[in-house]
Design a binder for this molecule. Sequence first.
Ligand code: NAI
Length: 794
Amino acid sequence: MSVANYFETMEYGPAPEADGEARAWLARHGATFGHFIAGKFTAPHAGKHLTTIEPATGKALARIAQGAAADVEAAVHAARTAQVAWAKLGGHGRARHLYALARMLQRHARLFAVLEAIDNGKPIRETRDLDVPLAARHFYYHAGWAQLQEREFADQVPIGVIGQIIPWNFPLLMLAWKIAPALAAGNTVVLKPAEFTSLTALLFAELSAEAGLPPGVLNVVTGDGATGALLVESPVDKIAFTGSTEVGRLIRQTTAGTGKSLTLELGGKSPFIVFDDADIDGAVEGVVDAIWFNQGQVCCAGSRLLLQEGIAETFRRRLIRRMSTLRVGMPLDKAIDMGAVVAPVQLERIKALVETGVKEGAEKYQTPGAMPAEGCFYPPTLLWNVHPSSTVATEEIFGPVLVAMTFRTPDEAVMLANNTRYGLAASVWSETIGLALDIAPKLLAGVVWVNATNLFDASVGFGGYRESGFGREGGREGMVEYLKPKAWSGRKARPKASPLPIASGASAGFDVPPIDRTAKLFVGGKQVRPDGNYSRAVLSPKGRRLGEAGEGNRKDIRNAVAAARAAESWARATAHNRAQILYYLAENLSARGDEFTRRIADMTGVSSAKARGEVDASIERLFSYGAWADKFEGSVHAPPLRGVALAMHEPIGVVGVACPDEAPLLAFISLVAPLVAMGNRVVAVPSERHPLAATDFYQVLETSDVPGGVVNIVTGDRGELVKVLAEHDDVDALWAFGSQDASAAAERLSIGNLKRTLVDHGLALDWYDKAASEGPILLRHAVQVKNIWIPYGD
Ligand code: NAI
């Protein structure tokens, strides 16, 4: 078409970005890449390569190495070798390196933006204006944390070598999200990019070496899922993964019991809720950003449109009109809205799911207009009148497909929004701030945007609730994921327990027996008999029978979990109220201090003075959590976008706790109190060997106004009960202390609903050492952070 024609028709002409520099970079490498290990490209050991395709044309773009075990080993070795010196460099030294990486990204912004668009298929408009600037911002922000680390994270140390596995939807941005905090904290990295989109990671590695990053600090091993699996099994200290929930589960299983830390950022099916008083045109634009940004290949895409009934029809009309103006085209064309889907396999998946949606009765609307003939393109799609339980409303489509349904009342909106196994993000649209801020806390999602969507910043944590994974990226909480408490490093394995004593035989003559007391279980605020009606003898170290404790089973745990779930109002009790109850517990424990002292001395064989010390430490610990209850608060972030983000500390929900045998009262209190202080409800399994301090505690709970169901106690076999708790899908988190077996079982068996776990891996904690077992060190595991973005100022 001539320019005159364009004036005539007012149609867009192509405005392609030049790709010469990116193609020249590929040519310089002969379009074939090795792994980037110890500061240079290294040929793959097995000599195998994969071909990476340009999604918009279907043409081969480059060959990347398929990482084998020896490659992963070499990379982990390089990272291990570099880690000590990297940590020793200190915060300021690392800050300067991160700053240099940010500058390097900005210097080469155009090259990165073009290469990313070619390799991934996403529009240059997005890579240029979002992916690359946000990646640079991540390095600047984390250069800041490195600088402040010695002051702000003084009680933490780096974890070591981190294995990071990232997906193809934001290849460069995910690299930045992963490596910036890891390096800032003093760790070194082996990164495995997604097989579809490894090129910007390789470019980044090459340019970071040029920017002076020491060899081995960042290593990139390419390859498919098999290479990823090798990295997971390698001797790294932590795995950080972003990708599908399915692979996330596998990784949880493989790492269970190994002592490796793990963070998972998985899928979503995020709701986009529009109330009838919303700015409709604003919300329609929001939908465009929610689901057609990056071809909908966004883990937090607003893929479920929930419309209040009164505006549904108007909204549908305006949305369809807006869809007709969207342009799908070549990624390097600066005037397109949507580019290509990443790969044929994803395109087929999207097509199949849309067909399913239509078969399930949805009405389908698609953006009309020409799409490039070749390549992986799919038009913006709306599925209208979708049933909340249909496949397309529950499965992550990971493509430009929006499913719509309606609701009548705010309560119904919340119910529909939470009707998913995921919990990554949510978007709420209403001009009534009171309504939006009433809904936000009720949404089970790690991020909530009010009158906005898909906002990201390095200073604001990102990550999910429920099956969207655990851990946060960004913000202070993201840094903590790459550090471990100093007080926990250098812990020794718990000494092997001496064999259980044998009950001593009858003494000569007849004794008057003590009045029999069989401790029951404590469920829903009441003492109840164990379901199986069995109990076990509790003996002193010398074999004297001290009493009997109920033998809890699967049914008892189920009842306790149901009671804990029903005590949901505890999550909404004010922090002041929770603090008062914790102080009251301390007061009532103190009143019965002598009795508890005798009990501990009898059960464990320690001296009375030592037992008294344990009781006193327990009283102080309760006091301490009374103090923390209204002080371990969230914060307010001021990202460089219009608005603020409230980082709220929310309780996780129902938490299972298995306690160790050492310090049976103090350890029990140390684990239960932080959870209760933060609004969780607990199902606790006390020390298996010395349970009577916890069962004596029933009466303290009963006299201290703790609402029924907030603390439930089931005595019995730790191993068995941990297993039941781990497999129970209505338990949201599990803290398993006391043995390596319990730790491993908690991690391995909790994949059903991807519980957050905190375990001791059989390493003993010093329960008297406050630095190791009191305060934020545990409190941060007792909350999940929800970031609520709200408009503020101009
Ligand atoms: P995926 O989860 O298989 O791939 C993500 C990364 O994990 C890639 O680097 C891959 O090589 C690696 N990987 C695959 N199998 C592995 C294993 N067994 N052990 C270790 N690493 C492994 O995702 P895929 O197959 O590319 O996409 C499938 C679906 O996953 C998408 O349709 C979407 O629903 C979801 N997904 C979600 C993402 C998110 O950001 N939450 C990103 C990518 C995909």
